[in-house]
Design a protein around this ligand. Structure first.
Ligand code: ADP
Length: 264
């Protein structure tokens, strides 16, 4: 059974438990973001990276060409190398791929990105972010068939060959859909989708596939992308999506056993 495991990159995420599991289980694909690493590198390079909120309430990273360079260095250069190293240290063969490698993630560049600032809607014309249109599943199958763990992260590339940033949760959903994964596990720094964030006791255990839009307003800020990713993946035929906590041993097995918010 193919399972796509997305590792969270915000502060408070743990990777060790998931890497232990991925290293000893066949048919696992790892997808990662790395917002904390991007923030740190941006600050170290003197290019702090602001976020913006769209009119519909989705929080995204402001990504002009200089910031795209920071994203690429921090993710493809930094976070991905660290995950591949971690899997290698556990005895697995892992290969890191950005969406540009082998044209794995083809995206469409977003035109006319809109941001709400001080009550006004601004148009951001220099934004280098995109939405994934296609995933080369054959490359991922080739690696899985050879017993190699693919480790996939942003950026992606457009059909015209332009590099664009993409959201890692949505990328994980696109990868899961393309390979026909049985499950997508989105590990993060909270125990699931919370009805009364940040109260962990308010975890929503289950969301029916036709009720995703109803609970969307509960998912504020960056959690909204995970819920949208869950909706995308289910629409693409993935059996179930679980948003779950990354800490402790066996977080993937626990998520698959229902410890988190299961979308199915
Ligand atoms: P990661 O890097 O782990 O993928 P994100 O920062 O992208 O994590 O998303 C997780 C965050 O979403 C949580 O830490 C929390 O701050 C925020 N969030 C907003 N609304 C909710 C909610 N209803 N339930 C859980 N988390 C929420």
């Amino acid at each position: 059974m193919t399972v796509v495991v997305k590792l969270g990159g915000a502060p408070g995420n743990a990777w060790d438990g998931a890497l232990d599991e991925v290293a000893r289980t066949p048919d696992r694909i790892v997808v990662h973001g790395g917002s904390d690493a991007v923030d740190h590198l941006g600050e170290a390079m003197g290019r702090p990276m602001p976020y913006y909120t769209s009119p519909s309430g989705v929080v995204s990273r402001r990504c002009d060409p200089a910031q795209l360079e920071v994203v690429t260095l921090a993710l493809a250069g930094g976070v991905q190398t660290e995950i591949v190293r971690g899997l290698g240290a556990r005895g697995a063969r892992a290969v890191g791929l950005s969406g540009v490698d082998g044209r794995l993630l083809i995206a469409r560049r977003r035109k006319g990105v809109r941001a709400v600032e001080g009550g006004r809607v601004l148009h951001l014309t220099d934004d280098r972010s995109g939405a994934i249109e296609a995933v080369d599943a054959s490359l991922l199958r080739l690696l899985l068939g050879a017993g190699i763990v693919p480790v996939v992260g942003p950026p992606a590339v457009t059909a015209e060959g332009e590099v664009v940033n993409v959201d890692a949760d949505r990328a994980a959903a696109a990868v899961a859909g393309a390979v026909g994964a049985e499950a997508l596990v989105l590990l993060t720094n909270v125990p699931g989708l919370l009805r009364a964030f940040p109260d962990p006791a308010s975890r929503i255990p289950h969301v029916a596939r036709d009720a995703v839009d109803e609970i969307l307003p509960l998912a504020q800020g960056r959690m909204r992308k995970k819920v949208l990713a869950a909706r995308d993946a289910l629409a693409d035929g993935v059996g179930r999506v679980v948003i779950a906590g990354s800490s402790g041993p066996d977080p993937v097995a626990r998520a698959l056993a229902g410890e988190g918010t299961v979308f199915a």
